[in-house]
Design a protein around this ligand. Structure first.
Ligand code: FAD
Length: 436
């Protein structure tokens, strides 16, 4: 292959998705309304989907965003809308019992169906495809776990998962590193840069307004109900209700929520476009792949035939310097999984914050008069989109729409601001992965 080695100057340190997306508009100077039914904080998938669905209920809604549309995790992720819970189905059964585990699992199926419906109904150009999700076993015992999970998923949920033994793995991946795989054909991939911008456009067309460069610096509760004065860097909006969708970027004005989010850095590199024959060897079915390590790798083919390769790389907060270091680590990791790519040029490297919770479950509901949804724990492409709709239903009066509100939501002990504990957690999980 005539791949070239990356020179630092070739490398773009922004998200491939945002770099190749068409923004729906510029909302940095839009006039803030004085009073709306609902203010949504954050213009990621949670916020934009909430705004779209609140507007569809006939209510006035304004989205306020500290940066720009899709600036957060929604524009920086792997573009994988996958089935299943962050903790895995069997662990969910152990923790919550069969009935609740099935209900939680099915929410992810509903979430992908919502994305598919939005794409189909509105003819969105977001490269959406149900190419399937693939879990890859890092240790032999992980493959045994996959087999048990597949059996439970088929029997209890009717999920059409398939087990791929190591002897047949080459029909799914051009790598000999893994001990087998589990494939779920219901997983999907999409261009999340374009999806975020399209969600924004749909919200606007439904009647919402969007205000970028409008960081919420304070929320003043008016009485004991849900009304608040939402104070932003661009002015104040009075809102009858507020939905917070700030995920891994949740900060001070939302201290109660901030203490419940561990913002873990996740990093991604994207190669140059690859020849079709190479793509067909690496991931012949273009699955959304991730492995079973604690410091997991995840990868997929982009719509223009590049390999996107992501991982936690290091337990550090994303910054330009940190992203470059993580990119170097990921490049080595990519060559370990796919030796075919050891000389492939890397065109992009970036990072973002994943909003992990203590129990790695979604948390959504109402606290001190503020509605919120976050803690997607690395599975937010579909869930943020879905939970935006769910929270719109909740503020519209249907609190039963939110099945996650029943979960207890403890704060992370000792977490009052910057997450000092991440390097300690990282060292521990890294050690566990090395024992193979
Ligand atoms: C590198 C990476 C890879 C990932 N890969 C996947 C994947 O492949 N599949 C998957 O399902 N999930 C993945 N995730 C997780 C997924 O992207 C997120 O869970 C999801 O996008 C969260 O959406 P959100 O709208 O809740 O938050 P975000 O998209 O993070 O948006 C939050 C927004 O709130 C704004 N904000 C914060 N504070 C304020 C304030 N005070 N005032 C105004 N605005 C504020 C921020 O500027 C930000 O734009 C990944 C995440 C990362 C970082």
């Amino acid at each position: 292959m005539a791949h070239t080695t990356t020179k630092a100057t070739d490398l773009k340190t922004i998200s491939y998705w945002l770099d190749t997306a068409t923004p729906s508009g510029d909302y940095r100077h839009t006039t803030l309304p004085k009073h709306v039914d609902v203010v949504v904080v954050g213009a990621g998938f949670t916020g934009l989907s909430a705004a779209l669905h609140v507007a569809k209920l006939g209510k006035s809604v304004a989205v306020v965003e500290a940066n720009t549309v899709n600036w957060g995790a929604s524009g920086r992720n792997g573009g994988m809308a996958t089935t299943g819970l962050a903790i895995g189905f069997r662990k969910a059964i152990k923790r919550y019992g069969e009935e609740r585990a099935i209900a939680y699992f099915r929410e992810y199926n509903h979430a992908i169906e919502l994305i598919e419906k939005l794409v189909t109904d509105n003819k969105l150009q977001v490269d959406y495809a149900r190419s399937g999700k693939m879990g890859l076993a890092w240790k032999p015992e992980h493959f045994e776990g996959f087999k048990a999970t597949a059996e439970s998923l088929k029997r209890l949920v009717g999920q059409p998962v398939e087990i791929v033994p190591k002897s047949e793995i080459r029909r799914e991946i051009g790598s000999d590193l893994y001990h087998g795989a589990m494939v779920d054909p219901l997983g999907a991939g999409l261009h999340v840069g374009n999806f975020g911008h399209e969600l924004g456009r749909l919200a606007l067309e439904a009647g919402a307004t969007i205000h970028e460069n409008a960081a919420v610096v304070d929320v003043k509760r008016l009485g004991r109900g849900y009304a608040h004065d939402v104070v932003t860097s661009r002015g104040t909006i009075r809102a009858d209700k507020v939905i917070v969708g700030t995920s891994g970027y949740t900060g001070r004005p939302f201290g109660w929520m901030q203490r419940r989010v561990v913002p873990v850095g996740s990093y991604i590199i994207v190669t140059e476009p690859l020849p079709q024959a190479v793509v067909d060897e690496l991931l012949p079915n273009r699955r959304m792949a991730s492995d079973s390590k604690n410091f997991l790798y995840y990868f997929r083919i982009t719509p223009d035939n590049r390999l996107l390769f992501g991982g936690r790389a290091r337990f550090a907060i994303s910054s330009p310097d940190s992203d470059l270091k993580s990119g170097e680590i990921l490049k080595k990791a990519m060559a370990e999984v796919f030796p075919q790519l050891k000389n492939a040029r890397v065109d992009y490297t970036w990072g973002g914050l994943v909003d992990i919770s203590m129990d790695q479950m979604v948390h959504a509901g109402e606290h001190d008069g503020l509605f919120y949804s976050m803690n997607y724990s690395g599975h937010g492409v579909q869930m943020a989109t879905w939970m935006g709709k769910v929270m719109a239903d909740v503020v519209g009066g249907n609190s039963a729409a939110n099945i996650w509100g029943e979960l207890s939501n403890p704060a992370v002990p000792g977490h009052f601001g910057p997450p000092w504990f991440l390097p300690l957690a990282g060292a521990w999980y890294g050690l566990l992965d090395k024992v193979r």
